[in-house]
Design a protein around this ligand. Structure first.
Ligand code: 13P
Ligand code: SF4
Length: 421
Protein backbone atom coordinates (compact mmCIF):
# COMPACT_ATOMS: atom_id res chain seq x y z
CA UNK A 1 0.00 0.00 0.00
CA UNK A 2 1.20 3.52 -0.73
CA UNK A 3 1.80 5.61 2.40
CA UNK A 4 1.79 9.40 2.80
CA UNK A 5 5.57 9.36 2.51
CA UNK A 6 5.36 7.56 -0.83
CA UNK A 7 5.63 9.80 -3.89
CA UNK A 8 2.59 9.56 -6.18
CA UNK A 9 2.91 6.69 -8.61
CA UNK A 10 3.79 7.90 -12.09
CA UNK A 11 1.83 6.85 -15.10
CA UNK A 12 3.71 4.38 -17.25
CA UNK A 13 3.95 5.97 -20.68
CA UNK A 14 6.50 3.45 -21.89
CA UNK A 15 3.99 0.62 -21.59
CA UNK A 16 1.79 0.19 -24.65
CA UNK A 17 1.07 -3.51 -24.45
CA UNK A 18 -0.35 -5.45 -27.34
CA UNK A 19 -4.00 -6.31 -27.09
CA UNK A 20 -4.69 -9.61 -25.34
CA UNK A 21 -6.01 -12.29 -27.65
CA UNK A 22 -9.76 -12.82 -27.64
CA UNK A 23 -9.59 -16.32 -26.24
CA UNK A 24 -13.29 -16.64 -25.64
CA UNK A 25 -13.58 -16.64 -29.42
CA UNK A 26 -10.38 -18.36 -30.49
CA UNK A 27 -10.38 -21.32 -28.10
CA UNK A 28 -13.74 -22.77 -29.24
CA UNK A 29 -12.91 -21.99 -32.88
CA UNK A 30 -9.57 -23.75 -32.58
CA UNK A 31 -11.26 -26.76 -31.01
CA UNK A 32 -13.63 -26.99 -33.97
CA UNK A 33 -10.82 -26.56 -36.45
CA UNK A 34 -8.78 -29.32 -34.81
CA UNK A 35 -11.70 -31.72 -35.07
CA UNK A 36 -12.07 -30.91 -38.77
CA UNK A 37 -8.31 -31.11 -39.37
CA UNK A 38 -7.98 -34.53 -37.72
CA UNK A 39 -8.72 -36.30 -41.01
CA UNK A 40 -6.49 -34.07 -43.12
CA UNK A 41 -2.93 -34.94 -44.26
CA UNK A 42 -0.38 -34.09 -41.57
CA UNK A 43 2.71 -31.87 -42.00
CA UNK A 44 6.10 -33.40 -41.20
CA UNK A 45 6.66 -33.18 -37.44
CA UNK A 46 8.87 -30.49 -35.84
CA UNK A 47 10.55 -31.37 -32.50
CA UNK A 48 7.43 -30.62 -30.46
CA UNK A 49 4.74 -31.14 -33.11
CA UNK A 50 3.83 -34.60 -31.93
CA UNK A 51 2.36 -33.13 -28.77
CA UNK A 52 -1.37 -32.68 -29.19
CA UNK A 53 -3.23 -29.52 -28.23
CA UNK A 54 -6.75 -30.66 -27.41
CA UNK A 55 -9.41 -29.96 -24.83
CA UNK A 56 -13.08 -30.96 -24.82
CA UNK A 57 -15.22 -28.30 -26.47
CA UNK A 58 -17.33 -27.76 -23.32
CA UNK A 59 -14.22 -26.50 -21.52
CA UNK A 60 -13.30 -24.24 -24.44
CA UNK A 61 -16.77 -22.67 -24.14
CA UNK A 62 -16.83 -22.27 -20.34
CA UNK A 63 -16.97 -18.84 -18.76
CA UNK A 64 -14.09 -17.65 -16.59
CA UNK A 65 -16.35 -17.96 -13.53
CA UNK A 66 -17.19 -21.57 -14.20
CA UNK A 67 -13.56 -22.43 -14.88
CA UNK A 68 -12.60 -20.75 -11.62
CA UNK A 69 -15.23 -22.69 -9.66
CA UNK A 70 -14.15 -25.98 -11.20
CA UNK A 71 -10.45 -25.40 -10.52
CA UNK A 72 -11.10 -24.43 -6.90
CA UNK A 73 -13.46 -27.37 -6.35
CA UNK A 74 -10.98 -29.85 -7.87
CA UNK A 75 -8.14 -28.44 -5.80
CA UNK A 76 -10.21 -28.78 -2.62
CA UNK A 77 -11.17 -32.35 -3.49
CA UNK A 78 -7.63 -33.45 -4.37
CA UNK A 79 -6.13 -31.75 -1.29
CA UNK A 80 -2.54 -32.76 -0.50
CA UNK A 81 -2.51 -35.26 -3.37
CA UNK A 82 -2.10 -32.30 -5.73
CA UNK A 83 0.48 -29.56 -6.01
CA UNK A 84 0.30 -26.86 -8.68
CA UNK A 85 3.59 -25.21 -9.66
CA UNK A 86 3.59 -21.89 -11.52
CA UNK A 87 6.51 -20.33 -13.37
CA UNK A 88 6.78 -16.56 -12.91
CA UNK A 89 5.93 -15.97 -16.60
CA UNK A 90 2.47 -17.47 -16.23
CA UNK A 91 -0.52 -15.15 -16.47
CA UNK A 92 -2.21 -14.03 -13.24
CA UNK A 93 -5.31 -16.12 -13.90
CA UNK A 94 -3.09 -19.20 -13.64
CA UNK A 95 -0.66 -18.00 -10.96
CA UNK A 96 -3.57 -17.43 -8.58
CA UNK A 97 -3.97 -21.24 -8.30
CA UNK A 98 -0.25 -22.05 -7.86
CA UNK A 99 0.81 -23.61 -4.56
CA UNK A 100 4.40 -22.58 -5.33
CA UNK A 101 5.80 -20.14 -7.86
CA UNK A 102 9.36 -19.79 -8.96
CA UNK A 103 11.93 -19.59 -11.71
CA UNK A 104 13.09 -22.76 -13.42
CA UNK A 105 15.75 -23.46 -10.75
CA UNK A 106 13.39 -23.03 -7.81
CA UNK A 107 10.67 -25.15 -9.42
CA UNK A 108 13.18 -27.92 -10.23
CA UNK A 109 14.30 -27.83 -6.58
CA UNK A 110 10.67 -28.04 -5.51
CA UNK A 111 10.02 -31.07 -7.72
CA UNK A 112 13.13 -32.78 -6.34
CA UNK A 113 12.20 -32.31 -2.68
CA UNK A 114 8.40 -32.39 -2.27
CA UNK A 115 7.54 -36.05 -2.33
CA UNK A 116 4.07 -36.01 -0.74
CA UNK A 117 1.85 -35.01 -3.68
CA UNK A 118 0.77 -37.70 -6.15
CA UNK A 119 0.14 -35.14 -8.90
CA UNK A 120 2.44 -32.27 -9.83
CA UNK A 121 0.56 -30.01 -12.23
CA UNK A 122 3.23 -27.88 -13.85
CA UNK A 123 2.03 -24.53 -15.15
CA UNK A 124 5.08 -23.66 -17.20
CA UNK A 125 6.60 -25.12 -20.36
CA UNK A 126 7.43 -28.63 -21.51
CA UNK A 127 11.13 -28.79 -20.62
CA UNK A 128 10.30 -27.72 -17.05
CA UNK A 129 7.69 -30.49 -16.71
CA UNK A 130 10.18 -33.03 -18.10
CA UNK A 131 12.77 -31.94 -15.54
CA UNK A 132 10.15 -32.25 -12.79
CA UNK A 133 9.33 -35.78 -13.96
CA UNK A 134 13.01 -36.75 -13.89
CA UNK A 135 13.59 -35.27 -10.42
CA UNK A 136 10.35 -36.32 -8.73
CA UNK A 137 9.68 -39.65 -7.02
CA UNK A 138 8.45 -42.62 -9.11
CA UNK A 139 4.96 -42.51 -7.55
CA UNK A 140 4.51 -38.87 -8.60
CA UNK A 141 2.87 -37.98 -11.85
CA UNK A 142 3.74 -34.73 -13.65
CA UNK A 143 1.10 -33.04 -15.78
CA UNK A 144 1.49 -30.15 -18.23
CA UNK A 145 -2.06 -28.79 -18.75
CA UNK A 146 -1.38 -27.97 -22.41
CA UNK A 147 1.31 -30.26 -23.89
CA UNK A 148 2.03 -27.78 -26.71
CA UNK A 149 3.38 -25.25 -24.23
CA UNK A 150 6.91 -25.76 -25.55
CA UNK A 151 9.79 -23.32 -25.82
CA UNK A 152 11.15 -22.09 -29.16
CA UNK A 153 14.62 -21.70 -27.65
CA UNK A 154 14.62 -25.31 -26.40
CA UNK A 155 13.54 -26.47 -29.88
CA UNK A 156 16.61 -24.83 -31.45
CA UNK A 157 18.83 -27.76 -30.45
CA UNK A 158 18.09 -31.41 -31.06
CA UNK A 159 20.09 -34.52 -30.21
CA UNK A 160 21.10 -35.31 -33.82
CA UNK A 161 22.58 -31.84 -34.32
CA UNK A 162 24.36 -31.83 -30.97
CA UNK A 163 25.82 -35.29 -31.57
CA UNK A 164 27.01 -34.16 -34.99
CA UNK A 165 28.91 -31.25 -33.42
CA UNK A 166 30.24 -33.57 -30.70
CA UNK A 167 31.68 -35.78 -33.44
CA UNK A 168 33.39 -32.78 -35.02
CA UNK A 169 34.84 -31.74 -31.65
CA UNK A 170 35.96 -35.28 -30.89
CA UNK A 171 37.94 -35.36 -34.10
CA UNK A 172 39.35 -31.85 -33.62
CA UNK A 173 40.51 -32.48 -30.04
CA UNK A 174 41.50 -36.15 -30.32
CA UNK A 175 45.27 -35.68 -30.04
CA UNK A 176 44.87 -33.18 -27.28
CA UNK A 177 42.71 -35.55 -25.18
CA UNK A 178 45.42 -38.17 -25.26
CA UNK A 179 47.93 -35.65 -23.95
CA UNK A 180 45.96 -33.79 -21.29
CA UNK A 181 44.40 -34.67 -17.91
CA UNK A 182 41.33 -32.41 -18.29
CA UNK A 183 38.51 -33.40 -20.64
CA UNK A 184 38.85 -31.42 -23.92
CA UNK A 185 35.31 -30.12 -23.74
CA UNK A 186 32.50 -30.31 -21.19
CA UNK A 187 28.92 -30.05 -22.44
CA UNK A 188 26.62 -27.72 -20.50
CA UNK A 189 22.99 -27.40 -21.45
CA UNK A 190 20.65 -24.67 -20.32
CA UNK A 191 17.63 -26.21 -18.61
CA UNK A 192 15.64 -24.88 -21.60
CA UNK A 193 16.34 -28.07 -23.57
CA UNK A 194 14.81 -31.48 -24.20
CA UNK A 195 15.45 -34.33 -21.73
CA UNK A 196 17.62 -36.25 -24.24
CA UNK A 197 20.02 -33.28 -24.39
CA UNK A 198 20.25 -33.23 -20.62
CA UNK A 199 20.96 -36.97 -20.80
CA UNK A 200 23.68 -36.27 -23.38
CA UNK A 201 25.35 -33.95 -20.85
CA UNK A 202 25.01 -36.50 -18.05
CA UNK A 203 26.62 -39.22 -20.20
CA UNK A 204 29.49 -36.99 -21.31
CA UNK A 205 30.62 -35.54 -17.97
CA UNK A 206 28.53 -32.38 -18.28
CA UNK A 207 25.72 -30.64 -16.45
CA UNK A 208 22.54 -28.61 -16.75
CA UNK A 209 22.41 -24.96 -15.69
CA UNK A 210 19.68 -22.37 -15.25
CA UNK A 211 19.97 -18.63 -15.67
CA UNK A 212 20.43 -18.39 -11.89
CA UNK A 213 23.54 -20.58 -11.70
CA UNK A 214 25.05 -20.51 -15.21
CA UNK A 215 28.27 -18.86 -13.95
CA UNK A 216 28.75 -21.40 -11.16
CA UNK A 217 28.07 -24.32 -13.51
CA UNK A 218 30.50 -22.92 -16.10
CA UNK A 219 33.17 -22.66 -13.36
CA UNK A 220 32.37 -26.23 -12.34
CA UNK A 221 32.89 -27.26 -15.96
CA UNK A 222 36.21 -25.40 -16.26
CA UNK A 223 37.47 -27.30 -13.21
CA UNK A 224 36.99 -30.47 -15.30
CA UNK A 225 37.64 -29.44 -18.87
CA UNK A 226 39.57 -27.11 -21.11
CA UNK A 227 36.50 -25.84 -22.90
CA UNK A 228 32.76 -25.66 -22.53
CA UNK A 229 30.19 -26.49 -25.18
CA UNK A 230 27.18 -24.37 -24.18
CA UNK A 231 23.74 -24.87 -25.72
CA UNK A 232 21.11 -23.95 -26.79
CA UNK A 233 21.19 -20.24 -25.81
CA UNK A 234 24.06 -18.31 -27.38
CA UNK A 235 23.30 -15.18 -25.35
CA UNK A 236 23.19 -16.76 -21.90
CA UNK A 237 26.43 -18.57 -22.81
CA UNK A 238 28.15 -15.39 -23.98
CA UNK A 239 26.94 -13.27 -21.04
CA UNK A 240 28.10 -15.93 -18.60
CA UNK A 241 31.52 -16.42 -20.22
CA UNK A 242 32.20 -12.66 -20.39
CA UNK A 243 31.11 -12.31 -16.76
CA UNK A 244 33.75 -14.91 -15.87
CA UNK A 245 36.40 -12.86 -17.69
CA UNK A 246 36.73 -15.03 -20.80
CA UNK A 247 37.58 -12.67 -23.69
CA UNK A 248 35.18 -12.42 -26.62
CA UNK A 249 37.85 -13.74 -29.03
CA UNK A 250 37.88 -17.06 -27.13
CA UNK A 251 34.16 -17.56 -27.83
CA UNK A 252 33.11 -19.25 -31.03
CA UNK A 253 29.57 -19.61 -32.34
CA UNK A 254 28.55 -22.90 -33.94
CA UNK A 255 25.67 -22.29 -36.33
CA UNK A 256 23.91 -25.63 -36.64
CA UNK A 257 22.08 -24.41 -39.75
CA UNK A 258 25.30 -24.01 -41.74
CA UNK A 259 27.77 -26.51 -43.13
CA UNK A 260 30.68 -26.96 -40.71
CA UNK A 261 28.83 -24.76 -38.21
CA UNK A 262 29.73 -21.74 -40.34
CA UNK A 263 33.25 -21.81 -38.87
CA UNK A 264 35.81 -21.13 -41.58
CA UNK A 265 38.97 -20.84 -39.49
CA UNK A 266 40.09 -24.38 -38.59
CA UNK A 267 42.04 -23.02 -35.62
CA UNK A 268 38.96 -21.35 -34.05
CA UNK A 269 37.65 -24.51 -32.37
CA UNK A 270 41.11 -25.26 -30.97
CA UNK A 271 41.53 -21.76 -29.52
CA UNK A 272 38.00 -21.53 -28.16
CA UNK A 273 37.24 -21.55 -24.44
CA UNK A 274 33.49 -21.65 -25.00
CA UNK A 275 31.64 -23.01 -28.03
CA UNK A 276 28.24 -21.34 -28.22
CA UNK A 277 25.22 -22.83 -29.94
CA UNK A 278 23.27 -20.45 -32.17
CA UNK A 279 19.98 -20.39 -30.30
CA UNK A 280 17.95 -17.55 -28.82
CA UNK A 281 14.79 -16.62 -26.99
CA UNK A 282 12.54 -14.49 -29.20
CA UNK A 283 10.96 -12.88 -26.12
CA UNK A 284 14.26 -11.64 -24.67
CA UNK A 285 15.71 -10.58 -28.02
CA UNK A 286 13.02 -7.89 -28.16
CA UNK A 287 14.97 -5.83 -25.62
CA UNK A 288 17.38 -3.26 -27.03
CA UNK A 289 19.93 -0.65 -25.94
CA UNK A 290 17.70 2.04 -27.51
CA UNK A 291 14.91 1.07 -25.11
CA UNK A 292 17.32 1.46 -22.19
CA UNK A 293 18.38 4.89 -23.45
CA UNK A 294 14.71 5.91 -23.84
CA UNK A 295 13.87 4.72 -20.31
CA UNK A 296 16.80 6.65 -18.85
CA UNK A 297 15.82 9.83 -20.71
CA UNK A 298 12.27 9.55 -19.50
CA UNK A 299 12.98 8.49 -15.91
CA UNK A 300 16.33 9.84 -14.72
CA UNK A 301 17.47 7.56 -11.88
CA UNK A 302 15.66 4.51 -13.30
CA UNK A 303 17.34 1.16 -12.57
CA UNK A 304 17.42 -1.24 -15.50
CA UNK A 305 17.45 -4.97 -14.82
CA UNK A 306 17.36 -7.58 -17.61
CA UNK A 307 17.38 -11.35 -17.98
CA UNK A 308 20.70 -12.85 -19.24
CA UNK A 309 18.94 -14.30 -22.30
CA UNK A 310 19.15 -10.74 -23.69
CA UNK A 311 21.94 -9.79 -26.13
CA UNK A 312 25.23 -8.91 -24.48
CA UNK A 313 25.02 -5.24 -25.49
CA UNK A 314 21.70 -5.01 -23.59
CA UNK A 315 23.10 -6.78 -20.52
CA UNK A 316 26.14 -4.46 -20.63
CA UNK A 317 23.96 -1.34 -20.87
CA UNK A 318 21.66 -2.44 -18.00
CA UNK A 319 22.42 -1.79 -14.34
CA UNK A 320 21.80 -5.41 -13.36
CA UNK A 321 21.09 -8.75 -14.97
CA UNK A 322 19.91 -12.05 -13.59
CA UNK A 323 17.31 -14.79 -13.57
CA UNK A 324 13.66 -14.07 -12.91
CA UNK A 325 14.15 -14.86 -9.21
CA UNK A 326 17.08 -12.42 -9.12
CA UNK A 327 14.96 -9.70 -10.77
CA UNK A 328 12.18 -10.21 -8.22
CA UNK A 329 14.64 -9.97 -5.33
CA UNK A 330 16.22 -6.78 -6.73
CA UNK A 331 12.79 -5.14 -6.93
CA UNK A 332 11.66 -6.42 -3.51
CA UNK A 333 14.78 -5.14 -1.80
CA UNK A 334 14.68 -1.67 -3.39
CA UNK A 335 13.29 1.27 -1.37
CA UNK A 336 9.84 2.80 -1.86
CA UNK A 337 9.86 5.23 -4.76
CA UNK A 338 12.36 3.18 -6.78
CA UNK A 339 11.85 3.17 -10.54
CA UNK A 340 12.55 -0.05 -12.46
CA UNK A 341 12.68 -0.78 -16.18
CA UNK A 342 12.64 -4.56 -16.56
CA UNK A 343 13.75 -6.64 -19.53
CA UNK A 344 11.90 -9.91 -19.13
CA UNK A 345 8.51 -11.50 -19.80
CA UNK A 346 5.67 -9.03 -19.38
CA UNK A 347 3.43 -11.07 -17.04
CA UNK A 348 6.14 -11.09 -14.40
CA UNK A 349 6.77 -7.36 -14.91
CA UNK A 350 3.06 -6.53 -14.57
CA UNK A 351 2.74 -8.68 -11.45
CA UNK A 352 5.74 -6.96 -9.87
CA UNK A 353 4.13 -3.58 -10.64
CA UNK A 354 0.88 -4.73 -8.97
CA UNK A 355 2.64 -6.18 -5.94
CA UNK A 356 4.80 -3.07 -5.40
CA UNK A 357 2.47 -0.10 -5.76
CA UNK A 358 5.02 2.07 -3.93
CA UNK A 359 7.47 1.64 -6.86
CA UNK A 360 7.29 2.51 -10.54
CA UNK A 361 7.85 -0.66 -12.54
CA UNK A 362 7.50 -1.07 -16.28
CA UNK A 363 8.57 -3.35 -19.09
CA UNK A 364 11.56 -2.08 -21.06
CA UNK A 365 9.87 -3.04 -24.32
CA UNK A 366 7.13 -0.48 -25.07
CA UNK A 367 5.16 -3.03 -27.13
CA UNK A 368 5.67 -5.90 -24.75
CA UNK A 369 4.14 -9.22 -25.83
CA UNK A 370 3.95 -12.27 -23.59
CA UNK A 371 5.89 -15.49 -24.12
CA UNK A 372 3.50 -17.30 -26.51
CA UNK A 373 4.49 -20.70 -25.08
CA UNK A 374 3.89 -19.87 -21.45
CA UNK A 375 0.62 -18.26 -22.53
CA UNK A 376 -0.69 -21.59 -23.80
CA UNK A 377 -1.54 -22.61 -20.27
CA UNK A 378 -5.10 -21.28 -20.15
CA UNK A 379 -7.49 -21.90 -17.21
CA UNK A 380 -9.63 -24.08 -19.51
CA UNK A 381 -6.76 -26.61 -19.79
CA UNK A 382 -6.10 -26.45 -16.07
CA UNK A 383 -9.79 -26.99 -15.24
CA UNK A 384 -10.05 -29.97 -17.59
CA UNK A 385 -6.87 -31.71 -16.36
CA UNK A 386 -7.89 -31.22 -12.70
CA UNK A 387 -11.46 -32.45 -13.31
CA UNK A 388 -10.02 -35.57 -14.93
CA UNK A 389 -7.73 -36.14 -11.93
CA UNK A 390 -10.76 -35.97 -9.64
CA UNK A 391 -12.34 -38.71 -11.80
CA UNK A 392 -9.13 -40.73 -11.50
CA UNK A 393 -7.92 -40.11 -15.09
CA UNK A 394 -4.52 -38.65 -15.78
CA UNK A 395 -4.43 -36.53 -18.95
CA UNK A 396 -1.45 -34.71 -20.43
CA UNK A 397 1.11 -36.53 -18.33
CA UNK A 398 4.75 -35.78 -19.16
CA UNK A 399 7.02 -38.80 -18.92
CA UNK A 400 10.67 -39.39 -19.73
CA UNK A 401 11.85 -42.91 -20.52
CA UNK A 402 14.03 -44.61 -17.86
CA UNK A 403 17.30 -44.61 -19.79
CA UNK A 404 17.04 -40.91 -20.74
CA UNK A 405 15.92 -40.03 -17.21
CA UNK A 406 18.86 -41.90 -15.63
CA UNK A 407 21.47 -39.76 -17.44
CA UNK A 408 19.47 -36.54 -17.41
CA UNK A 409 19.08 -36.87 -13.63
CA UNK A 410 22.86 -36.96 -13.25
CA UNK A 411 23.17 -33.68 -15.18
CA UNK A 412 20.26 -32.11 -13.29
CA UNK A 413 21.62 -33.18 -9.91
CA UNK A 414 24.92 -31.49 -10.76
CA UNK A 415 22.88 -28.37 -11.46
CA UNK A 416 20.97 -28.62 -8.17
CA UNK A 417 24.23 -29.05 -6.26
CA UNK A 418 25.33 -25.69 -7.66
CA UNK A 419 23.41 -23.01 -5.85
CA UNK A 420 21.16 -20.61 -7.77
CA UNK A 421 21.39 -16.84 -7.21
P1 13P B 1 14.35 -18.63 -15.50
O1 13P B 1 15.47 -19.61 -15.39
O2 13P B 1 14.74 -17.27 -15.09
O3 13P B 1 13.14 -19.15 -14.85
O4 13P B 1 14.02 -18.48 -17.05
C1 13P B 1 13.37 -19.48 -17.75
C2 13P B 1 13.00 -19.00 -19.05
O5 13P B 1 12.36 -19.67 -19.82
C3 13P B 1 13.47 -17.66 -19.40
O6 13P B 1 12.99 -17.31 -20.62
FE1 SF4 C 1 11.35 -20.19 -24.00
FE2 SF4 C 1 11.84 -17.57 -24.15
FE3 SF4 C 1 9.40 -18.41 -23.51
FE4 SF4 C 1 11.45 -18.67 -21.79
S1 SF4 C 1 10.54 -16.78 -22.51
S2 SF4 C 1 9.92 -20.23 -22.28
S3 SF4 C 1 13.14 -19.12 -23.21
S4 SF4 C 1 10.47 -18.76 -25.49
Amino acid sequence: MATDATPPKQSLPLVVECEESKEDVTLPTLTEWRQAAAGMPQRPPSPSADRADWIPREYALMSQDELDQRIRAAKAQLGDRLVILGHHYQRDDIIQYADARGDSFKLAQFAATRRQADYIVFCGVHFMAESADILSAPHQCVILPNPTAGCSLADMANIAEVEKLWGVLDERYRDETAAGSLQSVIPVTYINSAANLKAFCGRNGGAVCTSSNAAQVMQWAFARGKRVLFFPDEHLGRNTALKLGIPEERLVVWNQREEGGGIEDAQALLDAKVILWKGWCSVHLRFTVEQITAARERFPGVRVVVHPECRHEVVAAADLSGSTEYIIKAVQESPAGAVWAIGTEVHLVRRLAQEHPDKTIFCLDPIACPCPWMYRIHPAYLAWTLDELVKGHVVNEVTVDDETAKWARIALERMLATKGA
